[in-house]
Write a protein that binds this ligand. Structure first.
Ligand code: MRU
Length: 370
């Protein structure tokens, strides 16, 4: 995606083999590239949300595993591999809900095991990290194409009228390597001349909608309006939403979807108002081992994220302010689950399918071979 007339990915390795990310904590007020020098910094970048979003968390973990191979002791293959196994859990546990994290770590461990010398293992980990990133980028492009078809059809049904899309949190290119999932079709539709307008949920407590989705849309010139998280139902009741597109952090075999807290309420409102509700994600977000959404680990983050809010002061300085009484405690669940019966369709890199085991099996048959 283009920022200040330059093409960017959300994570990349530069010509000096340095791992670089766009620091999402600085957006939307400052565009800042940060170098991750070692495994510890990779873990911290995921935990503290310099990088975030299921796809990007997985890709960053892939690179983190490569760093780990470079830092592991080289005296014997046994000590090299046990160092990696022991440290891999630190990455896996950095954020518990997004499937992509453990998926990328496990994929790297298998790849590293397949090398016969330490040097080969390090090279394999480097190449696999790059492959994971490329796959993520390609998947998001394909998701964009499938979602675009949905927007084209909505536009045909409403000739000359603006298509209003509601989205929650940030499932744009910052949450992946490029393009994004929920936002990918919107960028493509806009580029193709389909008149679109996006209702952006601010997404309390960390405001990924206000700070990241709005920034991506503004940077790309896509018409959008920021709304409070509670406005969606009202807009749907008044015919002001044609479709909802969200991302996902973990999808079960039955097509239930864990996503940013508040997604479930949007799905309920969409269902009550016959507004189609689509969830877009790459296959790395599907947990092919889970039937029951109650087994999805839901991250609970610090209550301080609810008690305080960060913003720009009139003088341009950034500041955090407290919005509740000093003694009021807060709870902060980061995700909720939208059950499949509230979802119209799942948009993946292999196509759009019904939110069910049968639907997923149809587009990912290889995952269901006994
Ligand atoms: O806590 P985050 O910002 O990492 O969570 C990401 C989400 O839950 C988003 O809803 C996103 O849509 C999922 S797609 C990467």
């Amino acid at each position: 995606m283009r920022v200040n007339n330059e093409n960017y990915l959300s994570i990349w390795v530069d010509d000096n083999e340095q791992l670089k990310i766009i620091n999402q904590l600085s957006l939307p007020h400052k565009f800042e590239v940060t170098i991750l020098h070692n495994f510890e910094e990779v873990v911290a970048s995921i935990k503290n949300m310099l990088v975030r979003g299921a796809g990007l968390i997985g890709v960053t973990a892939g690179y983190g595993m490569w760093m780990l191979t470079k830092e592991a002791p080289k005296n014997s293959i046994e000590s090299f591999e046990s160092y990696i196994e022991n440290h891999a859990d630190r990455l896996r546990l950095a954020r518990p809900t997004a499937s992509n994290l453990a998926w990328a770590v496990n994929r790297q461990i298998n790849k590293i095991k397949s090398g016969s010398t330490i040097e080969e293992k390090i090279n394999l980990a480097r190449n696999e990290a790059i492959t994971i990133a490329e796959e993520d980028r390609n998947a998001c492009y394909q998701i964009g194409q499938y979602g675009l078809e949905i927007l084209r059809n909505l536009s045909i049904a409403k000739p000359g009228k603006v298509i209003n899309i509601l989205t929650h949190c940030n499932a744009g290119w910052l949450a992946f390597v490029d393009y994004g999932t929920a936002l990918s079709p919107i960028f493509l539709a806009h580029d193709e001349g389909i008149p679109v307008h996006v209702w952006v949920d601010e997404t309390r407590p960390r405001n990924q909608g206000a700070s990241l989705t709005a920034w991506e849309l503004a940077t790309h010139g896509v018409p959008h309006s920021l709304i409070v998280d509670n406005a969606g139902g009202h807009l749907m009741q008044h015919g002001m939403v044609d479709v909802v597109f969200t991302g996902a952090d973990r999808v079960t075999l039955n097509g239930d979807v864990a996503n940013k807290i508040g997604t479930y309420l949007k799905a309920l409102a969409a269902n009550d108002n016959n507004v189609p509700f689509y969830v877009a994600f790459p296959s790395s977000t599907i947990d092919f081992t889970l039937n029951n959404f109650k087994q999805i680990p839901i991250e609970e983050r610090s209550g301080d994220e609810v008690r305080n809010i960060m913003g720009k002061l009139n003088n341009g300085d950034l500041a955090e302010v407290q919005i509740c009484p000093d003694l009021t405690p807060a709870r902060n669940w980061a995700f909720d689950v939208t059950p499949s019966h509230l979802i119209t369709g799942l948009i993946c890199e292999k196509g759009v399918c019904p939110p069910s085991k049968f639907g997923l099996q149809n587009i990912f048959p290889e995952q269901f071979n006994e």
